[in-house]
Design a protein. Structure first.
Length: 224
């Protein structure tokens, strides 16, 4: 039940891939025993409710399950997403007040502005289309035909216990990457123009400015 609460989609993917998630659970138990991951004082309830469990289970998926998976790209992407989300959640716990408080959405942009990712925003790189994987899980379709297609997702905490995640467009992904370099808006625009990404018929500088403004309104970035 803790697994379903923490990484429900990964468990759904393991069930779809293996044919029966109970078989995966047995493999997990055997692996855990082999690795000497015992319950403190024999209390299995406490173990599954603590932080060690999700980290241990994700390591099991990576080291033990993936090599024999029928859909390693899809399962690997689901596991990588959960691992990155878990790491981002822990890293941003002490910074959540800083995520809520900055309110510069009405401040004017200038060439010397330095847009930066807000605390609590985590960019995740995956080797397969996460949206397609989730769609297949909902429709109960096989995962073994998911192709290699690198994508980037972003997770953002809306409250202390609530987060959202969505897949980035190539334009947004490029701009977020540039915002991690402590560059000025002038420097970001120059880099963006060289990338040759943009919107057909719109000058690159205008597309860059519009993209930065959208990311700021979405509370993914703020001005330094």
């Amino acid at each position: 039940m803790n697994g379903a609460r923490i990484f429900r989609r990964l468990l759904l993917g393991l069930h779809e891939d293996s044919g029966n998630v109970l078989d995966v659970f047995q493999q997990w138990r055997d692996w855990r025993t082999t690795r000497g991951l015992c319950f403190a004082n024999g209390d299995r309830t406490a173990y599954y409710a603590q932080r060690n469990f999700p980290a241990d289970f994700l390591e099991f998926v990576k080291l033990e399950y993936l090599p024999m998976s029928n859909a390693p790209l899809a399962i690997g992407a689901l596991a990588a997403y959960e691992a990155a989300t878990l790491a981002g959640k822990r890293a941003s716990e002490i910074d959540f007040d800083r995520v809520q408080n900055p309110d510069d959405r009405d401040a004017p942009l200038s060439p010397d502005s330095r847009p930066q990712l807000l605390p609590g925003v985590n960019v995740i790189e995956l080797a397969a289309d996460y949206q397609e994987i989730v769609s297949r899980l909902r429709e109960r379709k096989p995962l073994d035909r998911i192709p290699w297609q690198p994508v980037k997702l972003v997770t953002c905490r809306l409250a202390a216990d609530r987060a959202v995640a969505w897949q980035l467009s190539p334009l947004s992904a490029e701009l977020l990457d540039l915002c991690e370099g402590n560059l000025t808006l002038r420097e970001i625009t120059a880099e963006f123009e060289e990338s040759r990404l943009g919107i057909p018929g719109v000058p690159a500088a205008q597309a860059c400015l519009a993209g930065i403004e959208i990311l700021r309104q979405q509370r993914l970035i703020a001005l330094s």
